[in-house]
Design a protein around this ligand. Structure first.
Ligand code: BGC
Length: 799
C-alpha cells in the first residue's frame, strides 16, 4: 500500500511526502471574505466573498491533467526548469514536502542544491493571499538562477469567464507598476474592484499577456519566457491577462533570500475609483503591500493567523487512548466544520463554485459544527438564512452569499428545509444561551417591511409541516426531502430536465416522507423544550399544540411508517411504499432508520432496536453504512435521480457519510456502544489504512465513499464540503464523548466502549472552562449534569 503522507499532530499539519497523490489533496485558506483553494502542488484559485461573482484566479475544470492552474513559481537553474510544488513542469525533485496546516500551506521543493520553500496563507480579515518564498543555496558552489511568479486572472464572473469569449477576449485590462501588476478588467465601467499581484522588491521583468508568456502552443509546463530565461514585459490588451514577475538571483553557498508576494483584492468606494482618468486608485493595495510585504509584517500576519486557529481549537479537545480519535476531534474535524461553514457547498474540487451558493438545509446543519467555535458568526448566519424564508414557512433551497438573496433558479419546495431552521437555532441557543436571538426581526424573502421575529419564523417552519400532511398524516415530501435525489413528483423521461427542479406531476400527489416525519418528531420535541424554557415562556397553549402535533406524528409513523423490521422510507406519488420489504430493490433506507431512531419513535415497543439491527444487517459494509439496499439496478421514473446512479455510488447505495452519524446517534441513544464505535471508525478518515484506495484526502471526511456494490468499494469522493463534517462532530462530541450542551449547563452522557471510556476533555462553554476527566464503567444510560456557572471547573466524573 502506497503511503502519500502522514499526520503531524503537534504541528496540526498533514504532511504530504510525494506530489503525485491519487487526487489533488487540497487545503483552504481564509477565514472571512477572501478565500482560496490550494492543492499539494499549488494548484487552485481564490475569490472574494463569492466563488461565482468575484473570482480572482482562473481555474479550468475538467482539465487534462486535472488541477492545472494556480500560483506557480518557476525556477530556472542552468538548463533545468522546476517548480517547488513539482507541477506543472513535473521535473523530478530531490526533496518534496507539502504541509497543509490550519489556514496555511507550506510547500518545499529542492533540486540540485537549491531549496525553495513557499508559505501560502491568507491573514485573518485581510483580502489577500501571501506567498512567502524562501530560497536557499544548500550546495557548495554559488548559484545564479531565475525565478518567475505566475497567476492567471479570471474575468471576475467565473461562469461567463468560461463561456462568453466573444466579449472576454477583448475586455482584459491591466496596469503595470513597480510594486505590483494590477488587474482591472471591467473596472472602467460598473465594477469597483480590482486585483493585484505585488512583490516586495523590484523585479527584473514581467508579463501580463498570457500568449507571450506561455507561447501560443505551450502549456503551463513549458512557458516560452521561462524556457528562454526572459520576460516579454507585456501589457495585456484583451485576450487572457496574467501576472508574472521575473527575478534574476544569485546565492552564495549556504545563503538564503526571501521574496514576499501579495495577491490581493480591493473594492473602492464609487466616488474614489480613479486617481486620474482611467487610472485605478491603488491606495488600499499599497496599504496591503506595505503591511505584509516585509518579513516582519508577514511574520505578524502569520502569527495572527496561528493564534486565530489556536483560539478556535482551544475550545474543545480530548485526550484519549486513541490517537486517531484525538486528531480527528482536536484538529481535523473542527477545521473541516469551519471550512464547510465558510464555503457551504460552493467551491471544492468537486463543486465548481459556480453552481450552488449556500444551501438552506446545508447551512443550518453546518451550524452544528461551529456554534461552539464562532458563535457570533453562527448568529448572523441564522438570521441570513431565515431571511430567505417565505411567509408560508417554505423557503429558497439556496441563496447567493454575495447578495444573500434566494436563488430563483432552484426556488423552493424541498419540504424538509424549514425544519432545519429549528435545528440550527436550537443548536445555537443551547451553546450560547442567547435566547435574545429569538426576538430579532427578520424579513421574508429579504423584503423590507415584512419583518417578524425569528421565533415567528420557527413557528411557521413547524407549521409548514403540519400544513402539508399527506393521506397517512405523514409529511408531504415536495420536490425532495434531505435526499435531493429521491424525486417522487418528477417523473422525468427527458434527459434535459433537472431532477431537482422539475415536477411533472404534483396534483393529487400522495408522496410522503418518513425522513421528514422523524426529523419533525426530533425537532418538534426540541422546539417544545425551547418554547417551554422560562427564558422563552411561550404561550402554554401553543406549546401544547406543538407537543400534540409531535405525538400525532409519532402515532402516524407507528401506524403507517413501520414495515415490520424497519421504518419505511416514503410513500410514492400513488401511495406506494418505498423502502419496504415488499419492494424488489431499495427495500431499506438509512435516512428513516436514522431520524426515527434519533426521535426515539416506538422505542418502548422495541422499534428503534429493531430498526438499528436492520441497519446493521442490511446496510453495513466494510467502509460504512450504505444509503439503501439493495441498490437500484435500473432507472425508475417514479423515483427519479436516485435510480439514475450506478449501483454503489452517491444516493444509490453509496456510503453517504452525512447520514451515517444519524444511525450512530440513534445507536448511542439506544446505548449500543460497540455498534457506535464500529460505525464511527469506518467513516472517519484518520482510521483509513489504504490511501490509494480512498484516493481523496485522508484528513477530511467525504460526502460519499463508494459502497459495496460499486466497482471500487471504499473509494472516496466529494471530500471537504459536506454535512458529514458537522454531523460527525455532533456525533463524536455529544454522543460518543457525551458532552451535550443544554440551555442551562452541560449534560455528560457518553456512549463509548469501556476499553476507550477513560478520557479527558477540555471544553469552553460560554464564560466557563471545564476540565473533565470522564471514566465510563459501562453502566447503561449513565449521565451527569453540570449546571452552567462561569469560571474554571475541574471535575472527575465516573459514570
Ligand atoms: C446536498 C444536500 C443533500 C444531500 C443528499 C448533498 O449534495 O448538499 O443538500 O441533502 O446531497 O442528497
Amino acid at each position: 500500500m502506497t503511503q502519500f503522507g502522514h499526520f503531524d499532530d503537534a504541528a496540526r499539519e498533514y504532511v504530504i511526502t510525494r506530489p503525485d497523490t491519487p487526487w489533488p489533496w487540497i487545503n483552504y485558506l481564509g477565514t472571512r471574505d477572501f478565500f482560496s483553494l490550494i492543492s499539494n502542488t499549488a494548484g487552485g484559485y481564490c475569490f472574494c466573498r463569492d466563488a461565482k461573482f468575484r473570482r480572482i484566479l482562473r481555474y479550468r475544470y475538467n482539465g487534462v491533467p486535472m488541477d492545472a492552474g494556480g500560483r506557480y513559481f518557476y525556477i530556472k537553474d542552468g538548463d533545468t526548469v522546476w517548480n517547488p510544488g513539482w507541477k506543472p513542469c513535473k521535473t523530478p525533485l530531490d526533496t518534496y514536502e507539502c504541509r497543509h496546516g490550519m489556514g496555511y500551506t507550506r510547500i518545499v521543493g529542492e533540486k540540485a542544491g537549491l531549496r525553495a520553500e513557499v508559505l501560502f496563507f491568507v491573514p485573518p480579515d485581510a483580502r489577500c493571499e501571501i506567498h512567502r518564498v524562501k530560497l536557499t543555496n544548500t550546495g557548495k558552489t554559488p548559484k545564479r538562477f531565475q525565478l518567475w511568479s505566475f497567476v492567471e486572472w479570471c474575468l471576475w464572473n467565473a461562469s461567463t469567464d468560461m463561456e462568453n469569449f466573444q466579449r472576454n477576449l477583448s475586455t482584459g485590462e491591466v496596469e503595470i507598476e513597480p510594486d505590483a501588476l494590477y488587474h482591472k478588467t471591467e473596472y472602467r465601467e460598473r465594477r469597483d474592484h480590482y486585483a493585484f499581484y505585488g512583490v516586495n522588491r523590484p523585479y527584473d521583468g514581467f508579463d501580463t499577456d498570457r500568449e507571450t508568456f506561455m507561447g501560443m502552443y505551450n502549456g503551463f509546463e513549458a512557458p516560452q519566457q521561462v524556457l528562454s530565461g526572459t520576460s516579454g514585459n507585456t501589457v495585456a490588451h484583451g485576450w487572457s491577462p496574467i501576472a508574472s514577475h521575473r527575478f534574476d538571483l544569485e546565492l552564495a553557498p549556504g545563503a538564503s533570500d526571501e521574496l514576499i508576494f501579495v495577491l490581493g483584492y480591493v473594492k473602492n468606494p464609487q466616488e474614489a475609483k480613479f486617481t486620474a482618468p482611467g487610472v485605478i486608485n491603488k491606495a488600499q493595495a499599497r496599504k496591503m503591500l506595505q503591511a505584509y510585504g516585509t518579513p516582519a509584517g508577514a511574520d505578524i500576519a502569520f502569527a495572527t493567523l496561528k493564534s486565530y486557529w489556536d483560539d478556535i481549537l482551544s475550545r474543545f479537545s480530548v485526550a484519549s487512548a486513541v490517537p486517531e480519535l484525538d486528531r480527528t476531534v482536536n484538529i481535523w474535524n473542527q477545521y473541516q466544520c469551519m471550512i464547510t461553514f465558510f464555503f457551504s457547498r460552493s467551491a471544492s474540487y468537486f463543486e465548481s463554485g459556480i453552481g450552488r451558493g449556500m444551501g438552506f438545509r446545508d447551512s443550518n446543519q453546518d451550524l452544528a459544527g461551529i456554534v461552539h467555535l464562532i458563535p457570533a458568526r453562527a448568529r448572523q448566519r441564522i438570521l441570513d438564512i431565515a431571511a430567505t424564508q417565505f411567509p408560508d414557512g417554505g423557503c429558497y433551497h439556496q441563496y447567493q452569499p454575495l447578495t444573500k438573496r434566494g436563488n430563483n433558479d432552484i426556488g423552493g419546495g424541498f419540504n424538509d428545509d424549514p425544519l432545519w431552521l429549528i435545528f440550527g437555532t436550537v443548536a445555537y441557543i443551547k451553546e450560547t444561551g442567547d435566547f435574545g436571538i429569538l426576538h430579532e426581526k427578520v424579513p421574508f424573502d429579504n423584503k423590507p417591511g415584512t419583518e417578524v421575529s425569528l421565533l415567528e419564523h420557527l413557528k411557521i417552519s413547524f407549521a409548514h409541516v403540519t400544513d402539508n400532511l399527506g393521506p397517512h398524516g405523514l409529511p408531504l415530501i415536495g420536490r425532495a426531502d434531505w435526499n435531493d435525489c429521491l424525486n417522487l413528483n418528477c417523473f422525468s423521461d427527458n434527459p434535459d430536465e433537472s431532477f431537482q427542479t422539475t415536477e411533472n406531476k404534483t396534483e393529487g400527489s400522495k408522496a410522503e416522507s418518513l425522513m421528514i416525519a422523524g426529523l419533525f418528531v426530533a425537532e418538534g420535541k426540541d422546539f417544545a423544550e425551547l418554547l417551554a424554557h422560562p427564558a422563552v415562556a411561550a404561550d402554554p397553549k401553543y406549546v401544547a399544540k406543538v407537543r400534540s402535533a409531535v405525538a400525532a406524528m409519532e402515532k402516524a409513523v407507528k401506524a403507517h411508517g413501520w414495515d415490520g423490521e424497519w421504518f419505511l422510507r416514503a410513500y410514492g406519488y400513488y401511495g406506494d411504499k418505498i423502502g419496504s420489504n415488499e419492494n424488489e430493490e431499495g427495500k431499506i433506507f438509512i435516512e428513516s432508520q436514522g431520524w426515527c431512531t434519533m426521535a426515539r419513535i416506538g422505542a418502548d415497543e422495541g422499534l428503534c432496536d429493531k430498526a438499528l439491527d436492520a441497519a446493521v444487517k442490511h446496510l453495513e459494509c466494510e467502509h460504512g453504512l450504505v444509503l439503501n439496499a439493495p441498490a437500484y439496478t435500473r432507472y425508475i421514473k417514479d423515483y427519479g435521480e436516485i435510480s439514475s446512479y450506478p449501483q454503489g455510488y452517491k444516493e444509490n447505495a453509496g456510503i453517504f457519510c452525512h447520514n451515517n452519524p444519524w444511525v450512530i446517534i440513534g445507536e448511542a441513544m439506544a446505548g449500543r456502544a460497540d455498534d457506535v464505535w464500529r460505525h464511527y471508525c469506518k467513516i472517519t478518515p484518520a482510521f483509513t489504512k489504504d490511501q490509494s484506495l480512498r484516493k481523496v484526502e485522508p484528513y477530511v471526511f467525504c460526502q460519499m465513499v463508494a459502497g459495496r456494490d460499486a466497482a471500487r468499494p471504499g473509494e472516496g469522493k466529494n471530500s471537504w464540503l459536506t454535512g458529514t463534517a458537522a454531523w460527525t462532530w455532533k456525533c463524536v462530541s455529544e454522543f460518543i464523548l457525551g458532552i451535550k450542551p443544554q440551555y442551562d449547563g452541560l449534560l455528560i452522557e457518553p456512549c463509548i466502549p469501556v476499553a476507550y471510556g477513560t478520557y479527558k476533555v477540555h471544553r469552553r462553554f460560554r464564560d466557563a472552562e471545564y476540565d473533565l476527566t470522564i471514566r465510563c464503567t459501562g453502566k447503561p444510560g449513565a449521565s451527569h449534569f453540570i449546571p452552567y456557572i462561569p469560571g474554571h471547573h475541574t471535575l472527575d466524573i465516573e459514570l
